[in-house]
Design a protein around this ligand. Structure first.
Ligand SMILES: NC(=O)N[C@@H](CC(=O)O)C(=O)O
Ligand SMILES: [Zn+2]
Ligand SMILES: [Zn+2]
Length: 424
C-alpha cells in the first residue's frame, strides 16, 4: 500500500516531476508493483503541520473527537496537528496527554501531538507537571494554557525557565484578562456603533510586550498564539531584532476577515482574539511575508450548535478551520512571490520545527517519510455543512467560494485522503 509513483506533480509550485515512495519513504525510484497516481496539474507540498488545533477530546466529544478532527485535518492537507490542552479533563498530566496521543494513533489519520497545559486546570495558579508530560510517551514540548492567558508574570517566568531543560516552548494566548472583562468584539468604531463591549488591541499587545521581555531575560522560547493586531506585529519585529527566541503564528481568519462582519450579529464570526480592522489584516499579511510572523496555525475551534447558534453574547468564541486553512491562505496571500514555497514554510516546515516534530516539514527530499499533500490549485469550491468532516460546522466561509483544495494526503506513504475523500 505504501509504494507509490506520483507522476507529474509540480513540487512546491516548480517544474512537474515524479515522486517515488518506497516503503513509506520518499525515494529515487519505486518498485514495479507500486501504485500509480497521475498528479498532473497538482501542486505537491510537504504534509501540513498545525501548531494550534482544538480536538475537544476528552470531554466535549459532541463538538469534536480526536478521530473526527484528524479526518478534517487530513482532508485539509495536514499530516500532523498539535492538540490544545483545554479539554475536560485538562491535558495537564502525563496521563491525559498520553490518552490523547494514543487516541491519535488509533485514529491513524494524522500524527496527533498533544500540547500540555502550563498551569494546573488552566487556572493560572501553579505550574502543571511539565517535566512529567515531557518525559511521557507523548513527549510534550509545547505547553499552553490557550483559551486562557498565563497572566501572572512570575508563573510565566518560571514556566519559561522550566521548559529550557528539554528545549520546550511556552505558547501564550496573549490577553490581559483585566482589559477584556465582558468583551464581545474588537474595540473600535464598529463596537462603538453596535454598543458591544470592546476587546482592545492593547490587551493583546501588553502581554506580548511583557512576555518577549521575559523570554529575552531568561533566554527561553516563547511562541505567541493567534497574533491579531498591527501593534503586536511591531512588538514581535522588535523582539526578533534583539535576537530573542520568539516565534509567532497568525490564523487564516485573521488574515482575511474584519470586524465589520460582526454587524450581522452572526456568532459564527465571534472568535478570540476578535476579528480586527482592515489595517490590522494588512499588517498581519506584511508581517507574515517579511518573516516577523513565522507560521499560519488554524486555531480550529469546533463548537456545537447549542454553544454557537445562540445570542451573540452567549455564543462561545471560535471557528473551525482545518479544512479551509490552505484555501484561505491562498486567497489572503495571493500575489506573494513563490507562494507555494512560502506556504510550505508557513504551514509545514516552520511549525514542525517549533513543535519539535521529526519526520514532518522536511519537504519532499529523498530519505524523508512520505508525508505530503497534493493540492488542486485551480479548483474553486464552496464549503457547506455536508462538505466538512469536522463534527462541528461553525465555519465562517459557508456559502463562500474559495480557491484551491487538497485532493490527496499521504501519511508515511499511506493515503489518508484520495480523490478528495478520507480513506477511513
Ligand atoms: N479561539 C477561540 O475563540 N476559542 C478557542 C480558545 C482560544 O484559542 O483561545 C476555543 O477553545 O474554543
Ligand atoms: Zn487562544
Ligand atoms: Zn486556540
Amino acid at each position: 500500500m505504501n509504494n507509490w509513483i506520483i507522476s507529474g506533480a509540480s513540487v512546491l509550485g516548480g517544474e512537474p516531476a515524479d515522486i517515488f515512495v518506497r516503503d513509506g519513504v520518499i525515494a529515487d525510484s519505486a518498485p514495479d508493483s507500486a501504485q500509480r497516481l497521475d498528479a498532473t496539474g497538482l501542486i505537491a507540498l510537504p504534509g501540513l503541520v498545525d501548531l494550534h488545533t482544538h480536538l475537544r477530546e476528552p470531554g466535549r466529544e459532541d463538538a469534536e473527537t480526536v478521530e473526527t478532527g484528524s479526518r478534517a485535518a487530513a482532508l485539509g492537507g495536514y499530516t500532523a496537528v498539535c492538540a490544545m490542552a483545554n479539554t475536560d479533563p485538562v491535558a495537564d498530566t502525563a496521563g491525559v496527554v498520553e490518552q490523547v496521543w494514543r487516541l491519535g494513533k488509533d485514529a491513524g489519520l494524522v500524527d496527533v501531538q498533544p500540547i500540555g497545559a502550563v498551569t494546573v486546570g488552566l487556572a493560572g495558579e501553579r505550574l502543571a507537571e511539565l517535566g512529567a508530560m515531557a518525559t511521557s510517551a507523548a513527549r510534550v514540548r509545547v505547553f499552553s494554557d490557550d483559551g486562557h492567558c498565563v497572566h501572572d508574570p512570575v508563573l510565566m517566568r518560571r514556566a519559561l525557565e522550566y521548559v529550557k531543560a528539554f528545549d520546550g516552548v511556552i505558547a501564550q494566548h496573549a490577553e490581559e484578562p483585566r482589559l477584556t472583562v465582558g468583551a464581545q468584539m474588537n474595540e473600535g468604531d464598529t463596537s462603538a456603533r453596535l454598543g458591544l463591549a470592546g476587546w482592545p488591541a492593547v490587551a493583546e499587545e501588553a502581554i506580548i510586550a511583557r512576555d518577549v521581555l521575559l523570554a529575552g531575560h531568561v533566554n527561553s522560547r516563547l511562541h505567541i498564539c493567534h497574533v491579531s493586531t498591527a501593534g503586536s506585529v511591531e512588538l514581535i519585529r522588535w523582539a526578533k531584532s534583539k535576537g530573542w527566541r520568539v516565534t509567532a503564528e497568525v490564523t487564516p481568519h485573521h488574515l482575511l476577515l474584519t470586524d465589520d462582519l460582526v454587524e450581522g450579529y452572526d456568532p459564527v464570526f465571534k472568535v478570540n482574539p476578535p476579528l480586527r480592522t482592515e489595517a490590522d489584516v494588512l499588517a498581519l499579511r506584511e508581517g507574515l511575508r517579511d518573516g516577523t510572523i513565522d507560521i499560519v496555525a488554524t486555531d480550529h475551534a469546533p463548537h456545537t450548535v447549542e454553544d454557537k447558534e445562540c445570542e451573540w453574547a452567549y455564543a462561545r468564541p471560535g471557528m473551525v478551520g482545518l479544512e479551509t486553512a490552505l484555501s484561505i491562505v491562498v486567497e489572503a496571500m495571493a500575489g506573494t512571490d513563490r507562494l507555494w514555497e512560502r506556504i510550505a514554510d508557513w504551514m509545514s516546515a516552520t511549525p514542525a520545527r517549533i513543535a519539535g516534530l521529526s519526520g514532518h516539514g522536511a519537504g519532499l527530499a529523498v530519505g524523508e517519510p512520505a508525508n505530503l499533500t497534493l493540492v488542486d490549485p485551480a479548483v474553486r469550491w464552496t464549503p457547506g455543512p455536508a462538505e466538512l468532516a469536522s463534527r462541528s460546522h461553525n465555519t465562517p466561509y459557508a456559502g463562500r467560494e474559495l480557491p484551491s483544495r487538497p485532493v490527496a494526503t499521504f501519511l508515511r506513504g499511506v493515503p489518508t485522503v484520495l480523490d478528495g475523500k478520507a480513506q477511513k
